[in-house]
Structure formats: C-alpha cells, structure tokens
Design a protein around this ligand. Structure first.
Ligand code: BGC
Length: 331
C-alpha cells in the first residue's frame, strides 16, 4: 500500500472511533436525563393536603401550621398552607374551591360560618375531597371530622374564672374576634351562660375586633371612654387580649381592671407576667395541626375516626406560667 493510502485509512479509522465514542457517550447522557426527569415526575410524597387558616400570618395559625408540618414531614405528606392574608370569608371559600379543583387528597380548614361554609363543605365532600374542620367546627356539615377546642366550654370556663377571680360589682366589656364566626359566638355564649344569674356581673358592651390587635385596642379605648365604669374585659380571640392590654395601659386603667384573654402567644404571656392580663384561656394549636394531619391519613386509608376530636382547653393565671410554656405550645 502506498504511504498516503495507509495514512488515509488510519485517519479514517480514528475519525470513526472518535465519532462513535461520542455518539455512545451522548446517548448515555440523554438516557440519564430521561431517567432523572421521569424520576422527578414521580411524587416522593404519599398524599397532598391543603391547610387553610383564617389568616396566613396570624401567630396562632402559624402554631397550627407548625404542628401540621411536623406531622406531614413525619408521614411523608406534601402540605400546602394557603389562605387569606387577612381574615376574608370570600377568599377563604375560594381557596377551598381551588384546592378541591386541584384534586388534592384532603383539605383541613376552619368551619368559620354556618351559612357560607356548610354548603360548600358538603359540595366538596360529595365530590370526593375529604375535609377536616380545625379550630372552628361546621358541626352541621358533612365534614369528615373536627379537631379543635370545645369553644362553648372554653367560653364557659372563662366566665367561671371571672366569677372566681373577682368580687363585688363587675361591669364587663367583651371584645370578640368576629360577630359572625362560629367559634367566637360559641365562646361568647359559653361565657354568658357561666355568668348568667349572677347579679353582680353585668355585660355592658360588646365590640368586634375583626381579629385585629389594633382594632381590639381601638374598641377598648372607645369603650373605656364611653363606659368608665367597666372594670373587666374579656377578649375572645388570640389578639384581643393583647390589644385590650395595650389600651388599658395607655389609659392608666390597669389598677382594678380584670382582663381575661385567649391563647398563650408571647405578648399575652408577657402582659400576664407584668400583671396587666389576669388570666387566659389556653388552646392547643400545635396539637390541632398535628392531629388533623394524622386523622386525614386515616380517613383516606378508610379507617374509622371520631367525628369530634376536642383538644385541651384550660384557664391559666400568672402563677401557672412555666419557663417552658412556649415550648408546650410551639413544639
Ligand atoms: C381562634 C382563631 C382565630 C385566632 C385569631 C384564636 O383564639 O381560635 O379562630 O383565628 O384566635 O387571632
């Protein structure tokens, strides 16, 4: 063979070898990519749940979210926490509809109001989405289960505490989170039932805070200006007691004023330690979140669960606050 012919064959062979190797290498790479893309499509979680709070950034609801997230991580659940930025019933209902339309495996939500929530819950459950009400029950709906405080009882023990902690004439003002929410109405009814028939206790003003701490402070201010004889105030939702405490302090009315609030958020405990808030009704938001995820899994897997699951509620005073109280609620 001529020298040039040999060289031609060698270069040809080398070119073929290099091209062939590259082809194999890239084919392998493509395969890897396809496999990993396919892997990504397979969800790594068992079920997808949505938790809808009354207000996304409310510290009380953040505790519920924390409990639900811990349970979700424990059991391999994808948990979405979505809802109104500030309490808004229409937005809340729309979020429920959207979650059901997205075919999530379960919805955990407040019941909030009878008129609007019951028909929607019934519709979504009928169409196949299990629903657990949390914090506030839509008792007459077809929700699968309720996890939360017995709100009537919680209001009742607040009334009992007021009777026990006070003497003489008590002129009470109530600041309630909402005139329309079922849990707030039940707390108020429970409270009224506990003080009913006690001649020395009179409820002389009831105002709504729309679950805003600032509005609770404003309403307290207006009540105290209008009814200087008020010497006890009951706040029926988590931010009310804090707002009440701010106005009572501002107006220099701490002395001789009995304040009973709800929940154990940091600011409430701080105001209790300072002797501004006298008592508070405890709830278990972390436990509510955790337990609702556990129950939802059982419901989906066809196990029987109780339709009502009450979490603990109690009244505490300054001396009951322990160093690890925060850890009790925020685990
Ligand atoms: C209630 C919740 C409410 C929150 C408002 C809590 O006491 O249980 O329903 O959303 O207060 O801050």
């Amino acid at each position: 063979m001529k020298y040039f012919t040999k060289l031609f064959y060698v270069i040809g062979f080398l070119l073929f070898f290099v091209t062939f190797s590259f082809a194999i290498y890239f084919a392998e790479k493509m395969n890897d990519f396809r496999v990993s893309a396919a892997k990504e499509k397979v969800p790594s979680y068992k079920y997808h749940f949505v938790l809808v709070p009354e207000e996304v950034d409310n510290n009380y609801w953040r505790l519920i979210e924390k409990g639900a997230r811990d349970a979700a991580n424990q059991f391999g659940i994808e948990l979405e926490y979505v809802g109104p930025k500030q309490g808004n019933i229409d937005e809340h209902l729309k979020t429920l509809e959207m979650a059901a339309a997205a075919k999530v495996d379960g919805i955990i939500s407040q019941g909030l109001t009878e008129k609007q929530f019951t028909p929607l819950i019934n519709k979504l459950v009928k169409n196949g989405t299990p629903i657990i009400t949390i914090d506030t029950d839509a008792e007459n709906s077809n929700r699968n289960s309720y996890v939360g405080t017995n709100n009537y009882y919680a209001g009742f023990i607040a009334g009992q505490a007021l009777l026990k902690d006070t003497s003489g004439i008590v002129n009470v003002a109530i600041i309630t989170g909402s005139f329309h929410s079922i849990n707030q109405k039940m707390r108020m009814n429970g409270f009224k039932a506990a003080v009913k028939g006690e001649e020395r206790v009179r409820i002389i003003a009831i105002e709504e805070s729309k679950i805003s701490q600032i509005r609770a402070a404003e309403k307290t201010y207006q009540i105290l200006e209008k009814y200087p004889q008020v010497n006890a105030i009951f706040g029926t939702s988590a931010l009310d007691g804090i707002g009440i405490a701010n106005s009572v302090t501002l107006l220099n009315r701490v002395e001789g004023m009995y304040i009973i609030g709800f929940d154990t958020l940091d600011e409430t405990l701080a105001a209790m330690k300072k002797g501004i808030i006298d008592a508070t009704v405890t709830q278990e938001p972390y436990e509510m979140g955790h337990r609702s995820v556990e129950l939802m899994i059982k419901i989906i897997e066809g196990k029987k669960v109780p339709t009502t699951n009450y979490t603990n509620t109690d009244v505490i005073h300054k001396e009951d606050i322990t160093a690890d109280m925060k850890e009790d609620t925020v685990k």
